[in-house]
Design a protein around this ligand. Structure first.
Ligand code: P1T
Length: 377
């Protein structure tokens, strides 16, 4: 079956009680049991909820995975995946990830005896050289937030598997429509469903997809034990969102390319970060690995003052954190999404005070471009 058919139908069977075509919001905390140990597979809503279950089947199918679990946020999904490693284990992580991921790893999980090394995974030699005897996981984001560096998922998977380590890919920026990490050997895919999967900037959520049965049982156990579950209402919203994922991503991709090309030609813009541009260092890899380039674009203005002028003069684009919604958002990574990354590290990565990030929405692209144009000039 094709992607859109799966998006619309997987997990979306008519409701068994009423025939409702749209999966109902099962807003309940618990379920009546007919007798001791006699129930319909639902005991308590932290453990099981039919709306969440429908979404779990849906996104797992979109990622080509056997199992899927929905969490209260992207961060709680990532945290659950990191519960697959223990004190004394070593994790290799891309040096540019969402700032919150870096914060979770370096400021929280490092306190529990998990060792992290942050390397530029776009150069496979860095990954190879970072392995230690205790390396159990490689965590990559591709393209990265916000400088859009692309990592070769197949090469990383081959090296990691040769060392007996799992590969985790944060697929938030691409969505399963534009990138299928498991087809390159990735073991676990995580998402902030807050972004493209939900697509309407009205829900916070996260997702873990995987194929290994033992790891899947553990993630399910962690989901229930810690309880960072996605609510029934949010599950409904994301399930509704994924039905239009393909058409939205086509529109984000089209608009993203147009905005990146416009910015690349603009005299006031010093540099554009977008894998769809031939000048991008991993353009060829992105063409091979992705089914498009998406709607995330970052650009360098040269100074905080110039960046500020753009950020404060846009009218259609909204100055806000987050991404992946139908509306265009503009942000300043250094002080917003990546404020928790130390300044020297930010400078090294290119997350300068002059860097501006746009989540290109699906408005009419001429309107987005003319808004950026007037703000730039
Ligand atoms: O916000 P939350 O749903 O917890 O997701 C965290 C997260 C994980 N992974 C990536 C690649 C992300 O971009 C995010 C969240 N990012 C933003 C809020 C942002 O504006 O970049």
């Amino acid at each position: 079956m094709g992607f859109s058919t799966i998006a619309i139908h997987a997990g979306n069977e008519p409701d068994s009680a009423t025939g409702a075509v749209s999966v109902p919001i099962y807003q309940t905390s618990t379920y009546a049991q007919e007798g001791l140990g006699l129930h319909k597979g639902f005991e308590y809503a932290r453990t099981q909820n039919p709306t969440r279950l429908a979404l779990e089947k849906n996104i797992a199918a979109l990622e080509g995975a056997k199992y899927g679990y929905a969490f209260a946020s992207g961060m709680s999904a990532i945290d659950a995946v990191l519960k697959l490693v223990k004190a004394g284990d070593h994790v290799i992580c891309g040096d540019n990830t969402y700032g919150g991921t870096y914060r979770l790893f370096s400021k929280v999980l490092a306190n529990y005896g998990i060792e992290f090394d942050f390397v530029d995974t776009s150069d496979i030699l860095n990954v190879e050289n970072a392995f230690k005897v205790n390396t159990k996981m490689v965590f990559v984001e591709t393209p990265t937030n916000p400088v859009m560096t692309v990592t070769d998922l197949q090469a990383v998977s081959e090296i990691a598997h040769a060392h007996g380590a799992r590969v985790v890919c944060d697929n938030t920026f691409m969505s399963p429509y534009l990138q299928q990490p498991m087809s390159f050997g990735v073991d676990i895919v995580v998402h902030s469903t807050t972004k493209y999967l939900n697509g309407h900037s009205d829900s916070i959520g996260g997702f873990v997809s995987l194929n290994d049965e033992e790891d899947s049982e553990w993630i399910k156990f962690v989901q229930n034990s810690i309880g960072a579950i996605l609510s029934p209402f949010d599950s409904f919203l994301v399930l509704r969102g994924t039905k239009t994922l393909a058409v939205r991503m086509q529109a984000h991709d089209k608009n993203g390319r147009a905005v990146a090309n416009f910015l690349a030609e603009h005299p006031n813009v010093q540099k554009v970060y977008y894998p769809g541009l031939p000048a991008h260092p991993q353009h060829e890899l992105a063409k091979r690995q992705q089914n498009g380039f998406g709607g995330m674009v970052a650009f360098e203005m040269g100074s905080l003052e110039k960046a500020k002028k753009v950020l404060e003069n846009v009218k259609l684009c909204t100055l806000a954190e987050s991404l992946g919604g139908v509306e265009s958002l503009i942000s300043h990574p250094a002080t917003m999404t990546h404020a928790s990354v130390p300044t020297e590290k930010r400078d090294k990565l290119g997350i300068t005070d002059g860097l501006v990030r746009v989540s290109v929405g699906i408005e009419d692209v001429e309107d987005i471009i003319s808004d950026l144009d007037q703000a730039l000039s």
